[in-house]
Design a protein around this ligand. Structure first.
Ligand SMILES: [Zn+2]
Length: 448
């Protein structure tokens, strides 16, 4: 019998228990509790982690829970090196219960799918990988590396779980996270959000909000809107006037694809500047940003083959007589360093009296295409599916970027449906079957 045949046979045996385990974890509404005191992220997340670790112990894994309860892991095997599967047990809230056809926290199987919050993101795929490892143990395949399943508990929010893991624990030599889609995501831009903070100004501008979204609406008040109106018309900007308030309309898109949107804040600021109003923030936006989503006047042309162009989004402004704040989101190509970007931006905003205040930074994800990890996962994926295995670059943030030499690998297939974070989230049994074999083979190939 080939290794594949043995895995398939073992899967038939493990499948009912595996589905039961997914169901047990779904019963915990493991949503972040901001008010939690005894546990870092709330009782339900903690209980869910305990349940997962208890299950792993029964399956023959060595288990460990962080002393503060931020994460846990289950491990098999011996050897110097360690291969990791990184999953998470926290979920987003169920949202509008009326839109669910069954209880989000009681898994239900119907029309070939498992329904429940977390079935796809990410309890289902994590448990599939866990049992895939179990199948390798049962078959008795020899591994030369340890295999560790890491259970994160704060992926949907601030990644405090995996950040603490990375501070305290052994880092894997390679790994994947089953928390996205197939074939795999190997490149994600660095994500930088910062505020340019300056002194009070003679204009009042307030609006936008989410740094990672192109604002589609912006309001401005003035007794005399006439010349502003002329400029907006000349620029082809949509607007509406109600008394002394003008509302400028843009088009909202995610900051990762800012070039497809229209930034209402920028359109207003640029037009206002054209009417002759000059303040440091209007000058900066007009001199260096303009209508360019790549802000090439600041950075030059910055792009690479793996991840494309740098993206620059002004997502929020708060300007009044007391102080001014420009909230900016930058997506940095994977081969460009954060330092290079920060130095350039600091030098330029300084000329306008602004200081740089960092709000958030997520380092990029980048595993070169000729890396063993990529080659191995592609080979397995090609053997098991008809789909194109070309690794993908993404503008978003998958869990994979929390560690080196890690990619996002499944578990949604190109012919499957992304239902994460939505009502009636589900995992198709057919996808579960396919993912199991792929994960078992991949883990074996990486750890043998
Ligand atoms: Zn997830």
């Amino acid at each position: 019998m080939s290794i594949r045949e043995k895995i398939v046979k073992e899967y038939e045996f493990l499948k009912p228990e595996m589905i039961k385990t997914i169901g047990e974890l779904i019963t915990f509404p493991s949503v972040l509790d901001e008010e939690a005191v005894e546990t870092p992220f709330g009782k339900n997340i903690d209980l869910c982690l305990d349940k997962a670790l208890e299950k792993c112990k029964e399956l023959g894994f060595k288990v460990f829970k962080d002393s503060k309860g931020y994460y846990g892991y289950a491990e098999i095997g011996t050897g110097e090196e360690m291969i990791a599967v990184l999953g998470h047990l926290d979920v987003v809230p169920a949202g509008d219960i009326a839109k669910w056809e069954s209880d989000p926290f009681k898994m239900e199987q119907r029309d070939g799918k498992l329904y429940g919050r977390g079935t796809q993101d990410d309890k289902g795929p994590t448990v599939i990988a866990l049992y895939a490892i179990k199948s390798i143990m049962n078959i008795g395949l020899k591994l030369n590396k340890r295999v560790r399943v890491i259970f994160g508990t704060d992926e949907e929010n601030l990644w405090r779980c995996i950040n603490r893991y990375m501070e305290l624990e052994e880092k894997p030599s390679m790994g994947f996270t089953p928390d996205s889609k197939f074939p795999m995501i190997y490149a994600e831009k660095g994500l930088l959000q910062f505020n340019a903070i300056g002194k009070g100004e003679s204009v009042v501008l307030s609006g936008g909000g989410a740094y990672n979204a192109v604002p589609d609406k912006f309001q401005y008040k003035s007794k005399d809107l006439k010349s502003l109106e002329e400029k907006l018309i000349a620029n082809g900007t949509k607007y509406e006037i109600d008394g002394d308030t003008i509302t400028v309309f843009g088009k909202s898109v995610h900051a990762a694809v800012g070039e497809e949107g229209i930034n209402a804040i920028k359109m207003l600021m640029l037009a206002l500047k054209e009417t002759g109003v000059a303040t440091p923030s209007l000058d900066f936006i007009s001199d260096y940003v303009g209508n360019d989503p790549y802000a090439e006047k600041i950075f030059g042309v910055l792009e690479d083959e793996a991840s494309g162009k740098l993206k620059f989004n002004l997502g929020k402004v708060e300007i009044n007589s007391e102080k001014s704040l420009l909230g900016i989101d930058i997506r940095i190509p994977v081969t460009i360093s954060k330092e290079e970007i920060v130095t350039k931006i600091k030098n330029i905003i300084k000329q306008y009296g602004f200081e740089y205040e960092e709000r958030d930074f997520l380092r990029s994800l980048y595993v070169p295409l000729d890396h063993t990890l990529i080659k191995t996962l592609r080979k397995v994926y090609e053997e098991e599916t008809e789909f194109d295995s070309t690794p993908l670059s993404s503008g978003g943030a998958t869990y994979a970027r929390s560690m080196e030499n890690c990619v996002a690998f499944g578990a949604v297939f190109p012919d499957g449906k992304k239902t994460e974070h939505q009502p009636n989230e589900n995992l198709a049994i057919r996808d579960m079957d396919r993912a199991f074999i792929i994960y078992a083979k991949a883990i074996y190939e990486l750890a043998k």
